[in-house]
Design a protein around this ligand. Sequence first.
Ligand SMILES: *Cc1c(COP(=O)(O)O)cnc(C)c1O
Length: 412
Amino acid sequence: MSDMLSQQDPAIAELIEREEARQRGEVNLIASENIVSRAVLAAQGSVLTNKYAEGYPGARYYGGCEVVDEVEEIARERAKELFGAEHANVQSHSGTSANLAAYAALLKPGDKVLAMDLAHGGHLSHGSKVSLTGKIYDFRHYQVSEKDERIDLDQVREIALEFRPKLIVAGASAYSREIDFPGFAAIAKEVKARFMVDMAHIAGLVAAGEHSNPVPHADIVTSTTHKTLRGPRSGLILCKEKRKKKVDSAVFPGGQGGPLMHQVAARAVCFGEAKTDAFKKYAHEIKVNAARLGDMLVDGGLRLVSGGTDNHLVLVDLRPLGLQGDVAEHALGRAGIVVNMNMIPFDPNPPRQPSGLRIGTPTVTSRGMGSTEIERIGNWIVEVLKNVTNEDRIAQIRGEVREMSESFPAVI
Ligand SMILES: *Cc1c(COP(=O)(O)O)cnc(C)c1O
């Protein structure tokens, strides 16, 4: 396959090789990324990409769907079993598409929605002004508490009682603490709102029992499949049988045309992997590694937002070292350690020079790195952050990072 690509299109083949080398030689701590298995890669690179299959299994608008019908059935059944859901829609192209469909299934344009503030760990698709979601619906946002930097359900309830939203959304992309789904559900019930959970970041932890499962508490649960769940880039929607029709028609024809059947197949492979004992062990290790790395950073003089982590990521406050996120991200990048700058709650600095870094362990854990490597990574991060202008030392660390990283597989 790759031989054929390099003959026909050397420019792209070479770039793919370069990207693989980059992934092999760097330590990736981006909390929303992961690396998929060869089996998931194989399903994505299959002839299923050739098939149009608008509609759902048994009710398609194209002929020749008998095989892909079986693929989608398996994906749906595995998703339902994995998360204990009555219905699964496996066609959303991404997490944002899944959220748009979920809102469309539950709301009318202009309806009020209460979700987490982006600047406090939420997501663009939870009603940011620059997102279609924020233009279609009337969003208001809750924040974390100033006291402990955790979600404050009293504040959520207070806003909900006053704002009277039609929908309450829980879920985050930069929040290191367990989310209290029953607590949210109780507030939604009290104000007669629907309750939606976007578990994009934590789906792998949920699948493995390493985070509580929102499915029993929410009207709709959306997710990506490419973060801790370690599958292909795509979205997933879970709901009760009674919402199946609305959800399915919100995805197709509501917001999408034909499903990407190679991606649906890759989702099925991912769901199959996620129910194994090996995956459960993996998800546990992600958390152990995140906690260990967080401790190392604190020992190095940094501060963790909320004081620690219950999941796969830590949000680091750089201010104790007098650093800004952009400077820190770039210095670490020169050392071969890939992270992203991030706003922290109540950040006094602007989004392009925020006060934080978001650091996650899904990828390094997938590659097989454990406590020994996490300790080295923690030491490197602290050293780079204390020497952001010392290019000689950064170059030296770059060499050490490469040597360690290249001794672990980049494709699993
Ligand atoms: C990543 C993420 C999404 C969006 O996923 P895309 O596939 O990038 O569209 C949605 N919600 C949350 C909470 C996320 O973290």
